[in-house]
Design a protein around this ligand. Structure first.
Ligand code: PLP
Length: 439
């Protein structure tokens, strides 16, 4: 999909006019970049257009004494998003009982609409939550399951979500099973086969990650959703790491339940998440916090959480506008371009391994993990941070050992090139601190 300059201007000006947060002066730089950009260029062309990306980089108020390559855990918001949060907070505080409940809170409906458009579904299927944990636990704890029912997840799923199922094992006597599959995943069918192998007549739920936090690979969600449906099994998709990282919609996934963090790849304020539930499934799920019977069929029952800051969820609208301004095709192409800057240098070293099938770009996007033979990922992470102020994510989980690298649209090429320089010295065995830790 290509965004012409005109449609970008229309979108952003509309955002300002409706008061969704972009300040004219705050947006000036981005508009300048877009005016220089030739609309006939493809996302791949734009991926290496530094005029375009330098203005995106400037939209974030980062501490550039760090090189932040952990945007997977949680991401910063652009200035415009933070301006809205602050503005809404001040407005709330100036007359809280009126401004919070009767002025700001109803505007969450606009946010619901924007998220629904992004995910390609009805606004009546989107709940705005505080994070992916809340979204997913709403489904995990809200589904009617009885003792002996089996839930099937994988060894690469997120620890908190596994803890949630384990609590139901203790509380309700359900049975939790975990499928194992390889990373890198050389063939998407291997993932589906690993799941299918563990299905029994008692399997009631399949719970998978769209992008597992520990491997970064993009799982073939639609194939698993289809498999689940063909066997009458519910399928919960953990999209914490996928939503707004690369383009897809609910229709591409064919999922019935999808939980996402918005403070990761969407760069929305910290403390924001999204839950999708297919319309006809809503009535059968109990919300985490009680809601009145009249709301049984209403997606808003998942938002009955008591008093909370509307500033955070209303500023999601700014994050969506910012993300749409860049365009998800362009964002995904840029993330892969940034990764290739270091991967292509490091892959010449036989001791450096990747946990993605690097030659198949449909298998990965914003998250790439590497490890170096005989070296401890934790020590590599410590060294990068303490000596070079590079923030990464060492991960040891299930069969995975690696260092996770997650740049963002604000990452500069000089930052990623510096990281590659340092990593090359490590791969060549020139860094004593890391060598001393070799097993
Ligand atoms: C795969 C996965 N699921 C769920 C979560 C929980 O997300 P949140 O902290 O937004 O609740 C994370 C967080 O990193 C994750 O990686």
């Amino acid at each position: 999909m290509r965004n012409s300059r005109r449609s970008f201007l229309q979108k952003t000006m509309l955002g300002s006019a409706l008061g969704f947060g972009f300040q004219p002066e705050g947006f000036a730089n981005v508009l300048t970049a877009v005016s220089q950009f030739d609309a006939s260029q493809t996302p791949i062309d734009i991926a290496s257009n530094e005029d375009f990306w330098s203005t995106v980089q400037a939209a974030y108020a980062m501490d550039r004494t760090f090189i932040n390559l952990n945007n997977g855990g949680v991401s910063p918001s652009p200035r415009e998003v933070m301006d809205s949060v602050k503005r809404y907070m001040d407005y709330t505080n100036s007359a809280p009982a009126r401004n919070l409940w009767s002025q700001l809170e109803p505007n969450a409906e606009t946010v619901r609409e924007k998220l629904a458009r992004m995910f390609g579904c009805s606004a009546e299927e989107i709940a705005i939550t505080r994070n992916a944990s809340e979204s997913l636990q709403s489904i995990q704890l809200g589904m009617n399951l009885k003792a002996g029912d089996e839930v099937l997840t994988t060894t690469h799923d997120y620890p908190r979500m596994i803890t949630t199922w384990e609590q139901r094992v203790r509380r309700d006597g359900i049975v939790l099973k975990k499928a194992e599959y390889p990373a890198p995943l050389m063939n998407p069918e291997d993932f589906v086969k690993a799941i299918e192998k563990e299905i029994t007549s008692k399997t009631k739920v399949i719970h998978i990650s769209h992008v597992p936090f520990c491997s970064g690979q993009i799982n073939p969600v639609r194939l698993v959703c289809r498999l689940a449906k063909s066997r009458g099994i519910e399928c919960i998709v953990d999209g914490a790491h996928a939503f707004a990282q690369f383009p897809f919609t609910q229709k591409d996934l064919e999922c019935d339940y999808y939980g996402a963090s918005l403070h990761k790849w969407l760069s929305a304020p910290i403390g924001t998440g999204m839950l999708y539930v297919k319309k006809e499934k809503i009535k059968d799920i109990w919300p985490l916090m009680a809601a009145p019977k009249e709301m049984d069929d209403n997606i808003r029952k998942f938002e009955e959480i008591g008093t909370h800051p509307a500033a955070l969820h209303n500023a999601i609208a700014d994050a969506v506008t910012f993300c749409n301004g860049i365009g998800l095709e362009r964002k995904a192409a840029r993330l892969r371009y940034i990764h290739h800057r270091w991967i292509d240098r490091l892959k010449q070293y036989p001791n450096v391994k990747f946990l993605q099938h690097i030659d198949d770009e449909s298998n990965w996007c914003g998250l790439v993990l590497f490890n170096i033979d005989g070296m401890d990922g934790g020590k590599i992470g410590d060294y990068l941070l303490s000596k070079h102020r590079i923030i990464t994510t060492p991960i040891t989980y299930a069969d995975i050992k690696g260092v996770r690298i997650t740049p963002n649209v604000y990452t500069t090429l000089s930052e990623i090139d510096y990281f590659a320089d340092v990593l090359e010295t490590i791969a060549k065995g020139q860094v004593k601190e890391v060598m001393a830790a070799a097993k």
